[in-house]
Design a binder for this molecule. Structure first.
Ligand code: F6P
Length: 372
């Protein structure tokens, strides 16, 4: 009997999704495995919206940005339906059974790994592939999308240099990365930013200003400050730690919810953090500063060669696991190989930048300030 799998892309899009769909799809078809693509992430499975992926759908995809399947941040157990969050896991299971699927491949980031584990627990054969420009998925050395985003942000920093030099300004450039600093660290170091601020190393504004002053005293009349969107000051870190400790020690559900609410409020306010930081730098240095927020530019367009290769390898490796009937894993990159990592080991964990990461040490040695 011929075999049949489903595939979906979930979470924020990133360059390389189409290359992964192609890698998986072509390798499956070669092994006589039928492929159905579900639309807009887990929503497509919950509401049974899909397209058959034939050879002709998979050609010409390698270089395209975005995802032909569409994506969403919808979770199977909390899906907005008619203004309410509904648990749609049983609908997902029904769709899986209706299509007589042998497996469902979920291509996504950290949230997708958690959702995929829920579906595994509901009895489905699941595999996942790690994608995200944030590079924060636990258990894999790297995720596709990251290399392209580092390239885009690096080029932006290169371009900001000439305008910063001409006007003798400080330019603050905000990268994405969610609550991890990989993207700011990568692009900041590759672009030669003078200060790099990442969430893992809470900064002191005085140290940031001192780094700019030292450059001025050295005759350098401009500075580039690369800031991860999740970067936090030492004061922010103390506040977050307090709220987390209070939440943990809460004696009732309602008290714990109160602290969770305060944490959520902190993160909502944090969205405009670099605007406030730019004002502070202007005020404390007495020099003109400008802010550039790179935003979704970092996620758009064609994947880099490295991401095309990564996505192709991961997609093909997933097809091999399917052929071997091995499920319940994220296909990770470990060293030179693709390795299956149990979803239980990945879900709910984050890969953050270690303080002593080689790139942090190298950046410090070449004079980059981390504001700490
Ligand atoms: O996870 C990828 C990412 O681009 C993060 O870096 C960023 O915080 C988030 O997605 C933005 O999400 P959205 O596109 O939903 O605004």
């Amino acid at each position: 009997m011929s075999r049949h799998i489903g595939v979906l892309t979930s979470g924020g899009d990133c360059p390389g999704l189409n290359a992964a769909i192609r890698g998986l799809g072509k390798s499956c078809i070669k092994n006589s495995i039928e492929v159905t693509g579900f639309l807009d992430g887990f929503r497509g499975v919950a509401f049974d919206r899909s397209m058959k992926l034939k050879k002709e759908h998979l050609t010409g995809l390698l270089t395209d940005g975005g995802t032909i399947l569409g994506t969403s941040r919808d979770k199977p157990h909390k899906m907005p339906v008619g203004g309410k969050n509904m648990n749609m896991i049983s609908s997902v299971v029904e769709t899986y059974q209706r299509h007589h699927l042998d497996a469902l491949v979920c291509i996504g980031g950290g949230g997708t790994q958690k959702n995929a584990l829920l579906l595994k627990k509901a009895g489905l054969n699941i595999l996942t592939l790690p994608k995200t420009i944030d590079n924060d998925i636990y258990g894999t050395d790297v995720s596709f999308g990251f290399d392209t985003a580092v390239g885009i942000a690096t080029e932006a920093i290169d371009r900001l240099h000439s305008t910063a030099t001409s006007h003798h300004r400080n330019i603050i450039v905000e990268t994405m990365g969610h609550r991890a600093g990989w993207l700011a660290l990568g692009a900041g170091t590759a672009g030669g930013a003078d200060v790099v601020l990442i969430p893992e190393i809470p900064y002191s504004i005085e140290k940031v200003v001192e780094a700019i002053r030292i450059r001025r005293a050295d005759g350098k009349r401009f500075s580039i400050i690369a800031v991860a969107e999740g970067a936090i000051s030492i004061e922010d870190k103390i506040l977050i730690d307090q709220l987390l400790a209070q939440k943990k020690a809460a004696t009732s559900k309602s008290k714990a919810e109160k602290f969770s609410g305060s944490l959520e409020e902190f993160h909502r306010q944090h969205v405009s953090h670099t605007v406030r930081l730019t004002d502070k730098i202007t005020e404390l240095t007495g020099q003109e500063s400008r802010l550039t927020i790179l935003g979704h530019l970092q996620r758009g367009g064609s994947p880099s060669a490295a991401d095309r290769l990564l996505a192709t390898r991961l997609g093909a490796a997933a097809a091999e696991l399917i052929a071997e009937n091995r499920f319940g894993f994220m296909v990770a990159i470990q060293g030179d190989s693709c390795a299956p990592v149990p979803l239980e080991d990945v879900a709910g964990r984050k890969k953050l930048v270690p303080h002593d990461h080689q790139l942090v040490c190298a950046a410090r040695l070449v004079g980059t300030s981390f504001g700490a």
